[in-house]
Write a protein that binds this ligand. Structure first.
Ligand SMILES: [Zn+2]
Length: 154
């Protein structure tokens, strides 16, 4: 019998504040405005981590990397993603693809998307990442960044 593919879903949101660095998908996209967070606040990688952990029934990002733990203050979320990828690999899973969305008014990030895809693909060892970005709805807060991710894995 063939094992059914597993699907997960991750969602994250961070408030934006002037004078911080905004890192998305492991890539610095702004040094003028950035996410308020315990870690580097990479909303895309947080959504990806949660989606992968959820698909494997291995808990969530808060369980593995609590924001009360000083070891994770300011940490690169790429390190968290690599740790999650190792957990999946140890559990016998491989990721086929990840589909992700970033919802952000500004800055524009299209010039960074190639680097984000490459960084995530290298960390998780997958061939394909689907990606789109959207501006927020007209009356939604423009002072936040949101990310979603949905992986498919076996
Ligand atoms: Zn987060």
């Amino acid at each position: 019998m063939t094992a059914l593919p597993r699907i997960g879903f991750g969602y994250d949101v961070h408030r934006l504040e002037a004078g911080r660095t905004l890192t998305l998908g492991g890539v610095v996209v702004s040094r003028d405005i950035g996410a308020v967070a315990h870690s580097d606040g990479d909303v895309l990688l947080h959504a990806v981590c949660d989606a992968l952990l959820g698909a494997a029934a291995l808990g969530d990002i808060g369980m593995h990397f609590p924001d009360t733990d000083e070891r994770y203050r300011g940490i690169s979320s790429m390190l968290l993603l690599r740790h999650v990828a190792a957990l999946l690999s140890d559990a016998g899973y491989s990721v086929g693809n990840i589909d992700a969305t970033i919802i952000l008014q500004a800055p524009k990030i299209k010039d960074f998307v190639g680097d984000m895809r490459a960084a995530i693909a290298a960390a998780v060892d997958i061939p394909w990442i689907g990606y789109r970005s959207r501006p927020p709805r007209p009356n939604a807060s423009t002072r936040s960044v949101r990310g979603t991710a949905s992986p498919h894995m076996r």
